[in-house]
Design a protein around this ligand. Structure first.
Ligand SMILES: [Zn+2]
Length: 412
């Protein structure tokens, strides 16, 4: 089966049919049947092309092509899990572009067309999305030593099912720790609209925005919605409402565009129509290109929490659960990708990533390259997420050439 652009698009459409939703998206949350099915699909695709499949203890899936015995790997990948009613490109495009680029390079290695310094491997990181199990970027977090394996495996979803239980049939029993990696490459949809606005095909990611993710708990007292005197109430949902509003409005204290915030998950106890809430739990997500902005915003939100405590007669806990800073991607990698794009005649610009990616973790341990292709109207985490065939193929072409350079040892 020749590795043509047409077969890339055709096979990607086949992958997108797994967990497909009626509005053109996919639903493949981590560790669900649909997520397992994509793993099997990818394993079959890679095995047919001479790759060996291995899984590490958190369920990261590796496809290895060992050309030079014992040499470290150029690792390429992203994630096949999705948000509930998510888009079919987020992560999956990157994994399949990685598989396709690696298979093209494997052919070049096998035919002697390319002299390699490194081997090449593909990875499908477990639970990048962090919707069913938090935190996000779980698989790459464990691989890079930022997350403890057992803690990650013990993480529960809302139904009380653990990561370990959801992955039992997948997790390796042989203690495989993943391949030794020389450098890492990832391609992803932008999920914003800068590339589209500028009419540019390729984003060369040079930095990540910083992030602070809180789990907030508001403690109140359960009471009757009708009978309890207003001044006696300790309404945890009212306290939450004040904090949700504060999280949105804190943004207005800063230069427009420099701070993004959201509360997107809310749990109410007992969640009964005739009972004032005794407890609410929600996430609070802050992102900025400036870490002092994050610190200032958090100080303002702590003040807002103290005010809400008095006004709603509740107690509010802000627990920082996940954070990352503004670390840059290695400039040599950005330069390598830019040179490759120029040679291929593809327009490119440097760009910061607002979202976290597995490469956000990987870049802290090995030289890493992150590429973006345009997202139509910047829509993401939505079934309407779209990237044109032309942009998908352009990204694949560049990613293949970047991989060729990495395998030849141009970066590490
Ligand atoms: Zn993603």
């Amino acid at each position: 089966m020749p590795l043509t652009n047409e077969s890339f698009l055709r096979d990607f459409a086949q992958l997108s049919a797994i967990g497909a939703t009626d509005r053109g998206g996919v639903e493949r949350q981590a560790g669900t049947a649909a997520d397992h099915e994509t793993r099997e699909w990818l394993a079959a695709w890679l095995t047919q092309r001479g790759f060996t499949i291995r899984f590490d203890g958190i369920g990261n899936q590796f496809g290895l092509f060992e050309h030079i015995p014992g040499a470290p790997y150029v690792l390429l990948g992203s994630h096949l899990d999705s948000q509930p009613k998510g888009g079919k490109f987020d992560g999956a495009y990157g994994v399949f572009a990685a598989a396709f680029a690696a298979a093209r390079i494997a052919e070049m290695l096998a035919s002697g067309e390319l002299t390699a310094k490194h081997n090449v491997a593909v990875v499908n990181w477990f639970n990048e999305e962090g919707c069913r199990f938090t935190p996000s970027m779980m698989g790459s977090g464990v691989y890079t030593g930022k997350l403890n394996l057992d803690e990650a495996l013990d993480t529960l979803d809302v139904a009380g099912v653990s990561v370990r239980e959801s992955m039992n049939d997948v997790i390796a029993r042989d203690g495989y720790a993943g391949p030794a990696v020389a450098c890492y490459g990832e391609i992803h949809i932008e999920q914003g609209r800068l590339l589209e606005r500028d009419g540019i095909t390729i984003g060369l990611v040079d930095k990540t925005w910083g992030a602070r993710k809180f789990l907030v708990t508001v403690h109140g007292e359960q009471s009757h919605t009708g009978a309890t005197a207003m001044e006696d109430r300790q309404d945890a949902l009212y306290g939450a409402a004040m904090m949700i509003t504060a999280a949105r409005e804190v943004v207005d204290n800063f230069t427009p565009g420099i701070l993004h915030t959201a509360v997107s998950y809310l749990e109410v106890l007992p969640n009964s129509p005739v009972t004032v809430a005794r407890e609410t739990t929600f996430n609070m997500d802050l992102r900025s290109a400036d870490e002092t902005v994050l610190d200032e915003a958090i100080a303002l939100l702590e003040k807002a929490a103290a005010e809400a405590e008095t006004k709603a007669r509740v107690r509010i806990e802000l627990n920082l659960k996940h954070r990352w800073g503004l670390l840059a991607y290695q400039p040599e990698g950005v330069a390598l990708a830019e040179a490759a794009a120029n040679e291929l005649g593809l327009s490119s610009r440097t760009i910061m990533t607002l979202a976290g990616h597995d490469s956000t973790n990987m870049k802290d341990v090995v030289p890493s390259i992150m590429l973006f292709v345009p997202s139509a109207d910047g829509i993401s985490h939505n079934e309407r997420e779209h990237t044109s065939d032309e942009d998908c193929v352009a990204g694949l072409t560049l990613f293949t050439d970047v991989t060729r350079r990495l395998v030849a040892g141009e970066l590490a």
